[in-house]
Design a protein around this ligand. Structure first.
Ligand code: RP5
Length: 171
């Protein structure tokens, strides 16, 4: 799915290939929704010119939303957001040194006028980034809107099953 840049609607950008494993939940969720994406490794610090070029051309290449994952001094999402009119979702990657608090704060604390919609640290963050991207793309797309409704209904069903199990076991 990520080998067709012309049909991609979401750009998923990671600061390093070491972010690929923690981002699996994001990629799987985009695939679950049938959203074509392109996947890139671009670093705000190690390959700034390539990152800038990507951000500058993302909208004209037909992308509708960017997801940027980075850890540590995580400036990738903010740098992309500064150079594109597209909505940017930031995924703070959990680090070994500061457990991702460093990534979270450097992704979320953007100056006024340059928002990065930042998701949480840990497993839920990458999944939520994909769900948020789907919700952004679902505006004016009734089929995708229905998929999101079904997704949320499944979440509720899972909780109802867990509730029943817990009550049965503790009756
Ligand atoms: C960030 O530094 C990357 O996004 C990654 O999360 C972190 C560590 O990168 P590597 O040293 O593993 O390449 O730029």
């Amino acid at each position: 799915m990520n080998d067709k840049p012309n049909s991609a609607r979401v750009g998923v950008v990671m600061g390093s290939d070491s972010d690929l494993e923690p981002m699996q939940g994001c990629l799987e969720t985009l695939e679950e929704f049938g959203i074509p994406y392109e996947l890139r490794v671009l670093s705000a610090h190690r390959s700034p010119e390539a990152a800038h070029e990507y951000a500058r051309t993302a909208a004209e290449r037909g992308l509708e939303c960017l997801i940027a994952a980075a850890g540590g001094a995580a400036h990738l999402a903010g740098v992309l957001a500064s150079m594109t009119p597209l909505p940017v979702i930031g995924v703070p990657i959990q680090t070994g040194t500061l457990s991702g608090l460093d990534s979270l704060l450097s992704t979320v604390q953007m100056p006024g006028g340059v928002p990065v919609a930042t998701v949480g640290i840990g497993k839920s963050g990458p999944v939520n980034a994909a769900v948020l991207a789907a919700q952004i793309l679902a505006r004016g797309n009734p089929k995708l809107r229905e998929q999101i409704d079904r997704y949320k209904a499944q979440l509720a069903e899972r909780v109802a099953r867990a509730d029943k199990n817990v009550r049965d076991q503790n009756a």
